[in-house]
Design a protein around this ligand. Structure first.
Ligand SMILES: CC(C)(COP(=O)(O)OP(=O)(O)OC[C@H]1O[C@@H](n2cnc3c(N)ncnc32)[C@H](O)[C@@H]1OP(=O)(O)O)[C@@H](O)C(=O)NCCC(=O)NCCS
Length: 326
């Protein structure tokens, strides 16, 4: 691993982890109190997918003190027509008194070298600090669009009569199949296994459950057909803002998921000012209309590893759900 000689990389556990959580809580606490933030982080690592694909690491300096930290995710993507392992990097953080001495740079390089040695061919991250810093490590912005949506017609007086029910773990295989069908044709996309889909949904549910009662709500519904999920939607509700974190439909027109979202909106008293989604470019259920498109608050970026020929696709060829930002 190419580290500056005085630095070493360790798993962030015990006292180091507690201090990392103390310092990152003001940045990524999402309104949770400190104890709930700790539980939310720990619970993600205990999920079946998280326990084998998600780790938090720390960079230790010559004095034995941790200086920088990040999360790493083991993912798979389809890029340039090939399915390859990918390294996801999240929550990059340097303790304030150690900043501007290259600690985060050393950690990024170490993670990328380790990822490459383990077979990853693409590194991915979601930047909250623009693109310049990460460009020097070979990352390029991947254009993801956030769509602001509205119902195309007036809300139905009665909910559409569709066979909808709460989603369950037994639906994950059908959902992963739907995701695969929907992602076909996109040159750059995340490959979502049933376990990964379970993680993505669990993460949103854990966040909602960790916070103050009623502040965030997560709804996961499926439309059933022939005993299987034929469409689904996961919605994160924060006040009157709805983020469709992911959805899918066996029918490419999206008519069933559109009906499902309409039904989710129809209970009396439901007030929604904004419906947001990172919709795949070719996908718009007929019940919804686009008000406008905007850039999300974070910038997705990708870098090639191990000499991989990575071409960053144009915006109309990137399908990436909000649920898959880390
Ligand atoms: C971003 C961060 C990890 C950099 O850590 P670091 O160890 O100081 O990084 P390095 O020494 O390798 O590089 C320093 C460079 O980072 C860049 N940088 C730091 N903060 C930045 C910001 N908010 N916006 C843009 N660039 C930033 C600058 O180019 C800086 O160089 P400069 O101070 O000479 O201008 C650290 O500032 C941090 O923990 N910030 C709070 C958490 C955060 O925003 N993380 C990034 C999430 S995407």
């Amino acid at each position: 691993m190419s580290l500056e000689p005085s630095f070493s990389l360790v798993a962030a556990e015990g006292a180091i982890l507690e201090e990392i959580l103390d310092l990152t809580h003001p940045v990524w606490g999402e309104g949770l109190d400190r104890a709930a933030y700790g539980r939310y982080n720990a619970a993600q690592l205990r999920t079946p997918w998280g326990s084998s694909h998600l780790r938090r690491v720390a960079l230790i300096d010559e004095e034995g003190r941790w200086v920088s930290t990040a999360k790493r995710y083991d993912l798979r993507v389809r890029a340039g027509g090939r399915e390859v392992p990918a390294l996801g990097i999240g929550a990059l953080f340097t303790r304030p008194e150690a900043r501007r001495r290259g600690a985060a740079s050393a950690l990024l390089r170490a993670l990328m070298t380790a990822g490459e040695q383990e077979g990853a061919r693409v590194a991915l991250l979601f930047s909250e600090i623009g693109t310049r810093y990460y460009e020097r490590f070979g990352f390029r912005a991947v254009p993801v669009t956030q769509t602001v949506l509205d119902l195309a017609g007036r809300p139905a007086a009665a909910p559409p009569a569709i066979p909808m029910r709460s989603g369950e773990s037994t639906d994950l295989a059908s959902i992963a199949e739907m995701n695969e069908g929907q992602a076909k044709g996109f040159p750059f996309t995340l490959l979502r296994s049933p376990e990964y889909v379970g993680f993505a949904i669990a993460k949103k549910r854990l966040l909602a459950a960790s916070g103050a009662t009623g502040r965030r709500k997560v709804e996961f519904f499926v439309v059933e057909e022939g005993g299987r999920a034929a469409a689904y939607a996961v919605v994160l509700e924060v006040g009157d803002r709805w983020m469709v974190t992911e959805c899918g439909d066996r029918d490419p027109s999206g008519a069933r998921v559109g009906a499902l979202i309409e039904a989710m909106l129809s209970p009396p008293g439901t007030k929604v000012a904004r419906i947001l989604a990172w919709l795949p470019p070719n996908f718009l259920p007929p019940q919804l209309r686009v008000l406008w498109r905007e850039r999300p608050a974070v910038t997705m970026m990708a870098a090639p590893l191990g000499g991989f020929a990575l071409e960053v696709p144009p915006g109309n060829q990137v399908a990436w759900w909000h649920a898959d930002a880390f």
